[in-house]
Design a protein around this ligand. Sequence first.
Ligand code: ADP
Length: 189
Amino acid sequence: MQREETPVDTSITVGHAVLELVQGDITAQPDLDAIVNAANAQLTTGGGVAGAIHRAAGPQLARAGRALAPIRPGEVVVTDAFNLPNRRVLHALGPVYGQDEPSDVLLASCYRRALELAADEELASVGFPAISTGVFGFPLRPAAEVALRTVRDALRQPTSLRLVRFVLFSPDDLRVHAEVLAELERSEP
Ligand code: ADP
């Protein structure tokens, strides 16, 4: 039987860093210095990726968040990672699609600020989930375009970062990100 292969690019080099796409669970990335949480404004646990991160980090994470909340769409704050195997959690509040505008600018700010804060702390590696594409309703493909373009642009500037990993939850999320990355590499080399 012929299997149709989607051309996928799951790892590219940008500047001095590797940008890679994997399917997996963001709470199980022990080799990363920091992971990014798709947070809510109050930095409380909630569902989706935030729920998984808070469960894995333990109740201290919500306590640490309390001192920093509320945050605005596009904003990112840093806490310790507590029981997670990482050093830091970067809490990004993505835009609620159709409500927080301009949604693409606010989503780009999440990725850019997270990378800036990671570099401020001299971190070498950071992992992102697909911010705003769950409960917040941002359509996956345009969200992936914003995310990957913003990270590519940021890694072209001087930075301590050597690895940025997108940890996509489903095979379909990975496939869409891989297609978007390949397209960006073609159209904006
Ligand atoms: P938002 O409120 O920003 O939309 P969600 O947590 O609802 O955030 O979803 C963001 C993305 O994270 C979705 O693509 C969802 O499938 C994904 N996700 C959920 N749990 C995990 C996890 N443990 N690791 C990585 N991604 C996850």
